[in-house]
Design a protein around this ligand. Structure first.
Ligand code: ATP
Ligand code: MG
Length: 298
């Protein structure tokens, strides 16, 4: 099962409530069509992780996820030998007065698959989606471990040989740009930068995520967030924060941003004391003059 056109991508992702613009639809279509990993970058909360989840849901296939972090090793990402099982096998053999050679011990039976090998060896009619999330959090040496996999959908295990995917997995890598990635990694991927969505698409995303929220609240809140994102904030609110805010406001019965207890919900969109002050000031301006509030935002 694959996509027939960028429009088909947009349509099928829409059915799983992931809304894409033309650029993202084209990036996903091309990555799948020419069989290359897709590297997604963008500010926090613009839907990088959600893209891979939505892709797997739309294709009705398995999502395999590798969350990267500092110190991530090949043993956690690719494969590991199951030493305990090997030891057990040696003891059992000894009990029967037999000796096991390396060839007996380093076989697929004693291999523990980690996400990348699991994606390569996945058996099924549709290849899985492998999400390598936040690759910039892993040490830069870790990237080199991925080159063979990203370029050839294969992993070489010294004791066993090269394992190549029968159906190469669909690979999505994400990065928040906390550090530069190797050129060699970028070269093996298609690249797409996800922008924060337009006010209209942000409103539609919130509408789907918070079905109970009223229309005026959704529109004013997403427009307000659009304006706030232009302010000098430590952490600009992403879609997750926008959804949380509208959900919180909706739970409190708010229908717009004017009522007084709105200020107490700021913790859903501002995540540092400084940001809290900036957002509170913007909200006060909005409440004083809701119609012209957007004009005061840069
Ligand atoms: N295009 C979209 N359509 C529908 N929902 C979206 C879209 N983009 C983001 N979302 C929603 O926003 C939430 C946050 O997105 P996500 O966690 O994927 O962001 P991210 O870019 O991975 O952020 P981070 O860099 O912090 O990991 C998702 O759970 C999803 O509900
Ligand atoms: Mg993410």
């Amino acid at each position: 099962m694959t996509f027939t056109s960028p429009d088909d991508v947009r349509h099928r992702l829409d059915t799983v409530d992931y809304l894409v613009d033309d650029g993202m639809a084209m990036a996903l279509f091309l990555a799948l069509r020419i069989g290359r990993p897709l590297l997604l970058e963008g500010e926090p909360g613009v839907g990088k992780t959600a893209a891979a989840k939505a892709l797997a849901a739309a294709l009705q296939t398995t999502l395999i996820r590798l969350q990267c972090y500092e110190g991530l090793t090949a043993g956690e990402a690719l494969y590991e030998w199951n030493y305990q099982r090997q030891l057990l096998a040696i003891r059992l053999a000894e009990a029967h007065h037999e000796r096991l050679s390396d060839a007996d011990l380093f076989t697929a039976e004693f291999l523990q698959e980690r996400p990348i090998l699991q994606a390569i060896r996945h058996a099924g009619p549709v290849p899985p989606v492998l999400l390598i999330d936040e690759i910039d959090r892993a040490d830069d040496e870790f990237e080199a471990l991925l080159f063979e996999f990203l370029g050839e959908a294969a992993v070489t295990i010294p004791e066993l040989g090269t394992v190549t995917a029968v159906r190469p997995p669909i690979v999505v890598l994400t990065s928040n740009r906390s550090r530069e990635l190797h050129d060699a990694l970028r070269r093996r991927c298609l690249y797409h930068w996800i922008d924060f969505p337009s006010a209209e698409r942000a409103a539609e995303i919130v509408r789907r995520a918070v079905p109970g929220a009223g229309e005026p609240l959704i529109r004013t809140a997403t427009e307000f967030i659009g304006g706030v994102r232009g302010l000098d904030l430590d952490k600009a609110p992403g879609l997750a924060e926008t959804i949380d805010w509208v959900a919180a406001l909706s739970a409190l019965g708010a229908t717009d941003l004017v009522s007084e207890h709105i200020v107490r919900t700021i913790g859903t969109i501002a995540k540092t004391p400084d940001d809290r002050d900036v957002v509170a000031a913007a909200l006060a301006t909005h409440r004083a003059s809701p119609a012209s509030a957007q004009e005061t935002q840069p």
